[in-house]
Design a protein around this ligand. Sequence first.
Ligand code: PXP
Length: 237
Amino acid sequence: MPKLGVNVDHVATLREARGGIEPDPLWAASICEQAGCDSIVAHLREDRRHINDLDVRKLKRNVKSRFNLEMSINPEIVERAKKILPHQATLVPERRQELTTEGGLSVNKYKKKIGIVVEALKRKGIEVSIFIDPKPSEIFAAKTIGVEIIEIHTGRYSLARTQKAVGREYRKIKQAVEYALSLGLEVNAGHGLDYSNVKRIARIKGINELNIGHSIISRAIFSGLYKAVRDMKRLIR
Ligand code: PXP
């Protein structure tokens, strides 16, 4: 059974909507851990649009499972990561205007740059994963630069709308997982997974961990809203 990493970025997105102190992603992380998740994921973006430097320091200090820091290969972020020392760093591409990570990091295109970052983080004792598209050439390139973990991008599978397209994207992921395992890589997967599409991916043999954020935080609003209103009514009364 794959493990579950919960991405708490969107708890910080909600906090930033008001610029205050709540909701706190660390509090969310603690609840996720009590509920049985296996790791906490947060993306320290270059523009700090949600998770900020204090959040990652607090997460590193208090997360009891594993803290997986998503990050770009921007030198400023790499320096931060070397100080924060998360258990794991997942390298992702980052564009300022995007709403979310839009594709995998192209290892073939940025092999040298990524290789230097991987080496620097590993030297600090951080486990390094690279978020890549389900393409054999990218998986092979990741292996050659010395990473031991990859995360397969499931975004195209999640966005596919016809049965044919879903099947095609699913097969790409399954084959990518099998190929990566044959190279001795640890394989994670994530992006866009939700309560309707996760089962099929979770059944693929050999996936170590699924990283899921948006759908869990979205559902949490509705599973908690009833009690939140009741609590407020009680106080008013
Ligand atoms: N994995 C990676 C590498 C990501 O960048 C993200 C989004 O931050 C996720 C998983 C989680 O995606 P989602 O929020 O769509 O579940």
